[in-house]
Design a protein around this ligand. Sequence first.
Ligand code: ADP
Length: 191
Amino acid sequence: MRNLVLFGPPGAGKGTQSERLQDHYQLFHLSTGDIFRYNIKNETALGRKAKAYIDQGQLVPDELTIHMLAQELDKHPEAAGFIFDGFPRTTAQAQALDKLMEQHQTQITAMLALEVEEEELRKRLLARAEVSGRSDDADPAVIQKRIDVYRQETEPVKKYYQSQSKLDQINGMGTIDEVTKRLFEAVDARP
Ligand code: ADP
């Protein structure tokens, strides 16, 4: 079983590249951002709780997020492996994910960390706002908050995987195809 964490700041291209990885390696794509948005759209109890945090560019609390992810994992026992997109975003989430993997008799294969310059992130997010309809992309103050939260709370998660020798840093600048090629090379180097 191959389980990949696709990591990077908001706008790094995680969603786009997840689709490529999913098709190429036959993995199940789990995006916490997508799951939250689905729950918000359908006005579930989870969606109502998560919305206030997301609209402000803050992280949804760990307890809620980890519980949701555990449930999603249980829904797909047939999966040959997962791509975790947008999770873990805190060290506590990374520890919880290791426990969950253990319970499923598997483990994380690698963390693929997309590296993109901050100016480029802002550009991509504002461009995405035009087509995504995501309110958290449309407001420059919310974008800045998400980038700040990434630097403070999420980026340290790299160290967690580095200490397990699972960190692969990937240059996320350039065309979509160029980045995909770099990701495939990194995954193939970890059989
Ligand atoms: P992006 O990667 O473009 O910032 P996502 O679609 O991954 O956006 O997530 C959107 C929002 O959902 C985040 O800004 C955050 O508020 C919330 N979120 C997603 N994943 C998590 C997580 N693992 N922990 C806490 N909050 C999360």
